[in-house]
Design a protein around this ligand. Structure first.
Ligand SMILES: NC(=O)c1ccc[n+]([C@@H]2O[C@H](COP(=O)([O-])OP(=O)(O)OC[C@H]3O[C@@H](n4cnc5c(N)ncnc54)[C@H](OP(=O)(O)O)[C@@H]3O)[C@@H](O)[C@H]2O)c1
Length: 261
């Protein structure tokens, strides 16, 4: 099956890398010269979006929301009867349907670990039959995991898993710095923190632990962990983290609203 990706930036390239073993991937983009230089003959490339859209059985939009209307208008007839998946923030399924008339539409909100094929992508769709749902999931699972969600939660998802990697990075940075302050060499502090994050989440998933079950496993009466947790509670760490997610959610709602106005 052929997948035509429109846009070859961070998102388009990561998707292409992730799905290239399952799909015949093609690209079109803003600058053909840039595309030629980057693709180095590894992907089929087109110097215009219409030919690219004609080539694909499924079309993936990895462009900035600001040019989405002109690109959707451009490919409307080439995309007729095909599944079009958008990765653009703030562009709704009904807007896509209005622009693309006779295509099937879906949207996904990926996350930056897609650079190493480890995105968790929330996705929604409209009126897809089983065959196209399977194609959609195959595309999304090519660069990580996928969670189906009602479209009304998409802005909240942007705050949670879209911006989430930045919040996790700040927590990791604080822990690494604390380790260094306590005298641990930088390289080892970094390794210890990275594996603390990855391995703790594996434990939570594999044992089905809730976050508080996990905390209770580490926390012994009068011990070291409870002394650390007391400091976190004093600093209102939970509220700060929750507010980061909610701040991003509010901003995503504003952006979605502006793009609809
Ligand atoms: N980056 C993230 O972490 C992330 C996460 C979730 C969702 N998203 C969404 O994903 C979308 C793409 O983000 P990105 O970070 O990949 O952006 P990006 O790196 O700026 O890439 C945009 C791509 O679109 C191309 N382009 C420009 N004009 C075009 C046209 N008329 N026709 C076809 N292609 C055109 C650009 O080509 P040139 O460079 O040659 O101009 C570039 O390859 C955005 O809508 C964003 O909301 C991004």
């Amino acid at each position: 099956m052929k997948a035509a990706i429109i846009g070859a930036g961070t998102v388009g390239r990561s998707i292409g890398e992730g799905i290239k073993n399952d799909f015949e991937v093609s690209f079109s983009s803003g600058s053909f010269e840039k595309l030629e230089k980057w693709s180095k003959g590894e992907f089929k490339i087109f110097d215009n979006n219409v030919e690219n859209a004609k080539y694909g059985d499924v079309i993936l939009l990895a462009i900035k929301p600001g040019i989405s209307d002109s690109v959707m208008e451009e490919i409307r007839s080439a995309a007729k009867g095909k599944l079009v998946i958008s990765f653009m923030a703030g562009i709704t399924l009904s807007h896509m349907q209005e622009m693309l008339k006779d295509s099937m539409v879906a949207r996904g909100m990926p996350s930056i670990p897609m650079l190493v094929q480890k995105s968790v992508t929330a996705y929604s769709y409209k009126n897809l039959d089983k065959e196209h749902k399977d194609v959609l999931e195959k595309v999304l699972k090519g660069f990580g995991s996928a969670v189906h969600i009602d479209e009304s939660y998409m802005d909240a998802v942007t705050g949670l898993s879209g911006s989430g990697p930045a919040f996790v990075a700040i927590m990791a940075d604080s822990m690494i710095n604390a380790g260094i302050l306590a005298g641990i060499p930088k390289i080892q502090a970094r390794e210890l923190v990275i594996d603390t994050f990855i391995n703790t989440m594996s434990l939570m998933r594999e044992k089905g632990f809730s976050a508080s079950d996990l905390r209770d496993e580490v926390m012994t009466p009068g011990g070291t962990t409870v002394a650390g947790i007391y400091e976190m509670e004093k600093a209102n760490a939970r509220t700060a983290i929750a507010n980061a997610v909610l701040g991003s959610y509010r901003r995503a709602k504003e952006i979605s609203k502006n793009s609809r106005d």
